[in-house]
Design a binder for this molecule. Structure first.
Ligand code: FCB
Length: 454
């Protein structure tokens, strides 16, 4: 799928949101500043053996202190939108109760700075950093957490509801629920299917409780509300029945476990044997979860070629690598066709009113070099990845998929969760010892693209 030569900004709808994305714990640092409470990611990253090199988000890329210079760089690159997340424990250090106004002040300064520069704020309320105080009482496994999430949403949206354009309740509940509670590679690090399924339902319920709060508190006439899901395009890795079944389970866990409740008000039949016994559904929950969305946020990175279900109790699937295909540093196959197929599938099966690509991008090893009088980072693989995926989205859009925005992951190199700082996704390089920002070739291409220079 090589359509990149023709690709131009003017091919996309005029009212398209263009920018990049980050998340609070990955970029902010300042983990003890101004009354911030502790999150499950502070606990997890400070536990020996949980992250590569023992890396933590204590300092990250110091965006908390450098947001102004970072927003100025976004303006230089030509963004008209920026997706960031709000740290729950910065706003409510204990998860509930007393509000930390200094924490809210930071987001107000950030939003003001964006608006001054003509960049529309898209705020994610939950990008995995649950206050540790709530985790200590059971976290997402328990029903008080979605209730607490709605309270937190109320606090934030009362303060910022007159200025934030896009509201995203949750980022990738699949990762919180399944990677955090079943696989255990992410905080809180449990390995238990029951815990994962309870978390999945309570995350969705949290979304369902937060949505009407956002709609009530928003005071921007053009505000829009949605949720961001991680996705993969799952295909059988060969023509056996086993591979076919594994692809159905992969698609079930990674896509339909969340899309079916949100758009159809029920959990997918393909998973019923595994999940029904654990789902803590109470009367009225599914109606709340399935309330209409203004947009669906799609994060896409790779497709999955499933071979066999290895261990269902850990949601573990055996997958196949493709001979000769390119893989990113995350070992994710570069496959823009999978993106196109996924977008078509979502449109056909769920018909969201509007789709925003809330994350897409790639990690490759980067080298900071001295160019002619200034530092440069040549990242042809990332540039190629971005161009090909723009092309795939454009193709889907031309065939009627209502895509209305694209946020590249990520604006800056940052703390890549369990991989620490070993994986760089930024279109802007960060020299961690000095915190210096250097726009990579991919970022410079994006700037030219956004200027209409092709
Ligand atoms: C997504 C996350 C984001 C980042 C990218 C690479 O799953 O939402 O924070 O880690 O993957």
């Amino acid at each position: 799928m090589d359509e990149r030569k023709e690709i131009a900004r003017s091919d996309f709808p005029a009212d398209f949101a263009w920018g990049a994305a980050t998340a609070a714990y990955q970029v902010e640092g300042a983990y003890r500043d101004d009354g911030r409470g502790q999150s499950i990611w502070d606990t997890f990253s400070h536990t020996p053996g949980k992250t590569e090199n023992g890396d933590t988000g204590d300092v990250a890329v110091d965006h908390y202190h450098r947001y102004n210079e970072d927003v100025a760089l976004m303006q230089e690159l030509g963004f008209n939108a920026y997706r960031f997340s709000i740290s729950w424990p910065r706003v409510l250090p204990n998860g509930r109760g007393k509000v930390n106004h200094k924490g809210l002040d930071f987001y107000e300064r950030l939003v003001e700075s964006l608006l001054e520069k003509g960049i529309q704020p898209y705020a994610t309320l939950y990008h995995w950093d649950l206050p540790q105080a709530l985790q200590d009482k059971g976290g997402w496994k328990e029903r008080f957490t979605p209730e607490a999430f709605a309270e937190y949403t109320d606090v934030v949206s009362r303060r910022l509801g007159d200025r934030v354009k896009g509201w995203i309740t949750l980022n990738e509940p699949y990762v919180s629920a399944i990677i955090g509670h079943v696989e255990g590679r992410h905080a809180p690090g449990e390995q238990n299917m029951r815990a994962g399924i309870r978390a999945a339902h309570h995350l969705l319920l949290g979304h369902g409780l937060a949505l009407p709060v956002l709609r009530a508190n928003s005071r921007r006439a053009d505000a829009e509300f949605g949720i961001t899901l991680s996705t993969t395009y799952a295909e059988p890795g060969n023509d056996t029945q086993e591979a076919y079944e594994a692809s159905v389970i992969t698609d079930g866990f990674q896509n339909r476990l969340f899309m079916d409740p949100l758009f159809k008000g029920r959990y997918p039949d393909s998973l019923s044997k595994i999940i029904d016994q654990y789902l803590p559904i109470e009367s009225g929950d599914m109606e709340k979860i399935a309330a209409p969305l203004d947009f669906l946020g799609i994060n896409y990175y790779f497709r999955t070629l499933a071979l066999a279900v290895e261990d269902i109790s850990k949601a573990k699937i055996k997958t196949r690598r493709v001979e000769g295909a390119q893989y990113t540093e995350m070992d994710w196959e570069v496959n823009p066709e999978g993106f196109y197929n996924l977008l078509k599938m979502v449109h056909q099966d769920y018909k969201p009113a509007k789709i925003l690509i809330t994350e897409n991008g790639a990690a490759f090893p980067d080298v900071l070099e001295e160019g002619q009088g200034k530092p440069v980072v040549h990242d042809p693989d990332r540039l190629n990845y971005i161009q090909e995926h723009f092309g795939a989205a454009l193709k889907a859009s031309r065939e009627g998929v209502p895509i209305k925005g694209y946020f590249v992951w990520s604006f800056l190199d940052n703390f890549e969760w369990a991989y620490g700082f070993s994986k760089r996704f930024g279109i802007v390089y960060v020299d961690y010892p000095t915190q210096r920002r250097v726009v990579k070739d991919s970022g410079q291409w994006y700037q030219r693209f956004l200027r209409g220079e092709g």
